[in-house]
Ligand binder design. Structure first.
Ligand code: ZN
Length: 667
């Protein structure tokens, strides 16, 4: 099947169902995503949104489309002005500084640069032109230097969100301006106040309102009709509703085919908020975890579902990334030992049928799942894990003595497997520009930082353990090993050598009461929560069990419920409730926990410990004294037992994005 024939299905908030994507112009896609209001460092809610749309961007490119991807920067806004005044800085300059910080985060997260990144301050002329058209078309009015959009003069207002005009509670959070004709009318232009950035206009000196910039800038770079508009769910109302109203009022033929919205981020099943102490900037997370671990974690949840951030989940994701890169490194190492074998072949040898099946499965699953409304979790948890397992098998086989012909089959199989895995990782944005070994080193450095240890500390501890074993003091050597595992460092005996790698910190066996409480938490899990497969490998303390190849976990066998089945299309404007609340898909992702990562050289005991860490998700040792890191402490102190609880209710709307931990408000 050629890529161009692949059908891409996307969930359209406007129709409230999945639809077959068809570009307006053959082979080309116009994509607009609301960007950040840049007055502070971006948080993981931002990471969520832009990673999701980066995958869409990559997938569209993979399908062969020429994509014009526009993501704006809001550099003129109340919050920016307030922050700049606090810091006694020029608002545009402050905003520019945080735009740079944002781009730094995006590069870390392996997000591709959009085609255009327009800023409000550079597009005031286009904004003024659009406001002029809206006034001319009778949908806006001026009031003492302000310009308001008149919702009463725009009959289709509420189509996207399903809100009725009388449901709007514009005055609930902000004092109603009694001068407005309808409380739901919103500002297109705000009259200048002293000390604020302002521009001359036909209505007096002032600056653009909250929503008009996206209408003006999308029209500028993508024209009035384009294919996909994206943003966080909290932007459906009022931001995107207002965008539609403005664009259509200025240009009646305005039309956007697809409206895509990503779900929220919660932390430990609570709304992220600074006051709860569970609010995380991207920078805070990437100080301790590899950015690819954060990306992997985010892709482990379908983009429309709520995603719950917790230390347990990011640790698991980090471990999965380590396993991924270790497997690829092992593959490269194995191939490097046989550099000339392919030249020596007669060209007739083919990859093994098992390898071929594995490659085909990965390829097909990747294409079909990603084309099914970007279903990333299934790819990560199923075919990719199988491919990695099979790479490990081939690597182990190649270490055995065999005939050249057999070797060649394994070499060809590994080469093709690696190629396919890289292709998948590339579209998911999980392929680093660094080498495999550099990524592994970065992951190890992060693990050391989290553990508050240095490489030297660990080498010293390995020596200590060696000495204890020589003295037959196995209790001591076990203790040394489990102490390190509690800090996320696993020791592995490979032949006569002991090496280390990061692992999910082992959690201590809880006393009986806690055990009960853990059980009761488990019982509260939804019935279809995925069980993580128990290892059947017996625990053999201090005895390395090399080449452990667990079969795929049961993750793949349990298909997530399709969010769409619960999302019956409903007539626009006929909804009593805000659409935001009605569109909550069932969370496919909480059922798709990453499978337990296993390196081929892993000792059996560690396998069990890691799996149980994922499965039980009990509270880790709280506030370990030797963990100096504030984020870890912060996370450790949170109640991790709630991890599998029902997702929190999703608040709709217009409250401050910072407090909600949602996608950035954008204007
Ligand atoms: Zn916007």
């Amino acid at each position: 099947m050629s890529k161009s024939k692949l059908e891409l299905q996307l969930y359209n908030t406007m129709s409230k169902q999945k639809e077959l994507f068809k570009p307006k112009e053959e082979g080309k896609v116009g994509l607009y995503v609301c960007g950040v209001t840049s007055y502070d460092l971006s948080h993981i809610g931002h990471a969520r949104a832009y990673v999701a749309f980066d995958v869409l961007y990559r997938q569209l490119k993979y399908l062969g489309y020429e994509v014009n991807y526009v993501r704006n920067f809001t550099d003129v806004d109340d919050k920016i002005i307030r922050r700049a005044s606090e810091l006694k800085e020029d608002p545009i300059a402050l905003s520019g500084r945080f735009c740079e910080e944002f781009l730094h985060d995006m590069a870390d997260l392996n997000c591709l640069l959009p085609t255009h990144q327009p800023r409000v301050s550079d597009h005031v002329e286009q904004i003024k032109e659009m406001i002029t058209k809206i006034i001319k078309n009778g949908c806006a009015y001026t009031l003492d230097g302000d310009v308001y959009f008149s919702v009463d003069n725009f009959p289709n207002y509420g189509r996207l969100s399903g809100r009725k005009l009388e449901d709007n509670r514009a005055g609930e959070r902000v004092a109603v301006d009694s001068r407005k004709k309808n409380p739901a009318d919103f500002a297109l232009w705000k009259a200048a106040k002293p000390g604020e950035p302002s521009w001359d206009s036909p209505w007096g000196s002032g600056r653009p309102g909250w929503h008009i910039e996206c209408s003006a800038m999308s029209a500028q770079y993508l024209t009035h009709t384009f294919d996909i508009h994206g943003g966080g769910m909290d932007l459906i109302f009022p931001h995107h509703e207002n965008e539609i109203a403005q664009s259509c009022a200025a240009c009646p033929e305005s039309n956007i085919s697809f409206w895509l919205h990503n779900g929220f981020v919660t932390a430990n099943d609570e709304k992220m908020s600074k006051s709860l102490g569970n609010f995380f900037t991207i920078r805070e997370v990437t100080k301790l975890y590899h950015p690819l671990a954060l990306r992997y974690f985010l892709l482990g949840t379908h983009y429309r579902s709520p995603v719950n951030y917790s230390i347990s989940m990011i640790e698991t994701a980090s471990n999965a990334v380590f396993k991924l890169y270790q497997t690829l490194q092992d593959c490269r190492d194995a191939l490097a030992l046989l550099p000339d074998i392919k030249e020596a072949s007669n060209g007739k040898t083919k990859v093994s049928p098992v390898a071929k099946e594995c490659i085909n499965k990965l390829h097909n699953e990747f294409e079909t799942k990603l084309s099914d409304d970007l279903h990333t979790p299934t790819i990560l948890n199923s075919a990719l894990q199988e491919a990695l397992s099979y790479i490990n098998t081939c690597v182990s086989q190649l270490k055995k003595k065999m005939q050249k012909q057999q070797q060649l089959v394994f070499v060809l199989s590994l080469t093709e497997l690696e190629e396919e895995v890289r292709r998948v990782l590339d579209v998911l944005g999980l392929l680093s520009s660094s080498t495999y070994s550099e990524v592994l080193q970065q992951l190890k450095d992060n693990a050391l930082r989290r553990a508050g240890l240095t490489e030297e500390d660990i080498l010293k501890t390995i020596e200590e353990r060696e000495q204890a074993r020589k003295n037959k003091d196995y209790a001591r050597s076990d203790q040394i090993r489990s102490d390190l595992e509690a800090k996320g460092i696993a020791l592995m005996d490979v032949g006569k050598e002991t090496v280390w790698r990061p692992c999910v910190p082992e959690q201590p066996a809880p006393p009986v009461e806690q055990e009960q409480s853990a059980t009761s938490v488990k019982k509260q899990q939804p019935a279809d929560t995925l069980p993580v497969q128990q290892s059947t490998v017996p625990v053999q303390q201090e005895t390395p069990a090399p080449q452990v190849h667990l079969e795929q976990t049961t993750v793949e066998q349990q298909q997530p419920s399709d969010p769409v089945q619960k999302e019956k299309p409903s007539l626009p404007c006929a909804l009593e409730q805000p659409a935001v609340e009605q569109q909550q898909p069932s969370d496919p992702v909480q059922k798709e926990k990453p499978s337990s990562p296993l390196a081929s050289e892993q000792p059996a005991e560690q396998v069990q410990q890691e799996q149980s860490a994922v499965q039980q998700q009990k509270s880790p040792k709280s506030a370990q004294k030797d963990q100096p890191v504030s984020l870890v402490e912060k996370l450790m102190n949170l109640n991790l037992e709630q991890l599998s609880a029902t997702p929190p209710e999703q608040a709709g709307g217009e409250s401050a994005d910072k407090e909600q931990g949602k996608t950035p408000r954008s204007t």
